[in-house]
Design a protein. Structure first.
Length: 226
């Protein structure tokens, strides 16, 4: 059982989502706007947040941005905006997943379960992975470069850990969606955004990556340091 915070200004949407999440045996707290959401996070310390993009006052993007400065709680963004730009915006600031309105409450509940499983899963790779100046400690869920901690979201950490554990292997975006996100079907731009964010944090020159490289026509490969 996990504690899930549902943030949406539409009472009907909250009611439906809360009902499905409780049916999946989660505890649920609710918030109707951004300010209330931030208070709930401080007071309740949820295990996961379902966060609507369009909120009165402080919108969902700003809420997500502030939460990412505080920690790595998983965030699933709800958006009625269907364009790729809007979906990518949420991923760029650290959302772990997104669901576009109108959505199936059952699908959302399954996405919540999937994200929580990945957050709690014991990694198959060794607990500590080292690649040159990069150290990944799965037990502490911590990444360091040159001894300094890297500010990674939970999903960024999972993606980096998977790639570092499989150096020299080229993976397509669909492969990574299945291996890291647990999705058999999904939007490959999710992977593209996370790769770009990782490069900004681990590459000396993100525009000319030498560790997480692009394999044209295939996807990505972890080269690491020689």
């Amino acid at each position: 059982m996990a504690l899930v915070l549902v943030v949406d200004d539409d009472h009907t949407v909250r009611e439906v989502v809360v009902s499905y999440l409780r049916a999946h045996r989660h505890e649920v707290v609710e918030a109707a706007d951004g300010e209330e959401a931030l208070r709930c996070v401080k007071d309740s310390a949820p295990d996961l947040i379902v966060l609507d993009l369009m909120l009165p006052g402080i919108d969902g993007l700003e809420v997500c941005r502030r939460l990412r400065l505080q920690g790595e709680v998983p965030i699933i963004m709800l958006t009625a905006l269907g364009s790729e730009t809007d979906r990518v915006a949420g991923l760029e600031i650290g959302a772990d997943d997104y669901v576009t309105k109108p959505f199936s409450p059952r699908e959302l509940a399954l996405r919540v379960d999937s994200v929580l499983r990945r957050t709690d899963a014991v990694p198959a790779s060794p607990p500590v992975l080292t690649d040159g100046d990069l150290v990944l400690d799965s037990t502490r869920h911590e990444a360091r470069r040159d001894g300094a901690p890297l500010a990674l979201t939970g999903r960024e950490f999972d993606l980096l850990r998977f790639l570092v554990a499989h150096p020299g292997v080229a993976y397509s975006r669909d492969d990574l969606l299945q291996q890291v996100w647990g999705w058999s079907v999904g939007d490959s731009s999710t992977v593209t955004v996370h790769v770009r964010r990782l490069r900004e944090k681990i590459e000396s020159d993100p525009k000319r990556p030498s560790r997480l490289v692009t394999v044209w026509g295939v996807g990505y490969r972890w080269e690491g340091l020689a």
